[in-house]
Design a protein around this ligand. Sequence first.
Ligand code: GRG
Length: 296
Amino acid sequence: MTPALETALKADAERLAAALDVLLPEVPGPERRLFDAMRYATLGGGKRLRPFLVLETSRLFRVDPACAIRAAAALEMVHCYSLAHDDLPAMDDDDMRRGRPTTHKAFDEATAILAGDGLLTSAFEVLADPLTHGDAKVRSDLVLALARAAGPEGMVGGQMIDLQAAGLAMDIGAITRLQRMKTGALIAFACEAGALLGHAAPQLHEALRGYAHDLGLAFQITDDLLDAEGSAAEAGKAVGKDAARGKATFVSLLGAERARSQARLLGDQAIRHLAPFGAAGDRLADLARWVVDRRA
Ligand code: GRG
């Protein structure tokens, strides 16, 4: 990772933690446990890749940082809800996430379900709030885009296909579709949010869509490689699960070497989409290189 990207990721992760701390406060009273679990699920580390994408794409259009951070926090709430639910015994049944016990292990299953529900709902409350953008059309476009990305035609639909996929023969087209829904849709929303908040011109909007598309797939292929070859200590979560479940992945279908070169190709392609932004796109280009080379 370049020093410039490392500094930028760290600074944005700190801004995000401060925003989440305000948006998801500790509350007294009988619902305290719910808020504690929502904070646990969101405030415990993570790469903060999606919020960084919202903030960095927003910078391209000089969006007010106070607005951008709210969209970034809303997206991270949805991402963290999906992780908390994915870790439940009924789904992936994981004990460790981000190097510490999963939400249902730290609390209990019912609380983890409610914490996820709370995060999902709060995300839309944050986006719909006039503090997120003065233009009601922008707010409604953000709500619509996140609903589509997270819902049955996006992440939730992808998760449903994934749950049924173990042991099924899936070809590369089917895997690509599944992953575009399950992982790619939220990554695409991250870049879409910057473009929407910044009233991006159509050509720049399209360039960011292209970048997000290729970055999302590169991210997922690398995730498959890390599951196949990485260590649990580095990843902060269990690895080797795809093979153990007989799940078709980019790695099982292409082999590690071809999967790695495909990820590199997609990373390079993502970077080429940034050409219209000139030097302003440099950090997004660094991010695409890091997504392909990451170890966690
Ligand atoms: C339960 C509705 C529902 C959806 C779950 C995102 C997801 C769908 C499941 C997570 C399982 C998984 C390993 C997905 C593949 C890629 C992925 C989204 C990894 C986690 O994202 P990172 O690496 O995590 O950005 P951090 O912790 O860094 O935020």
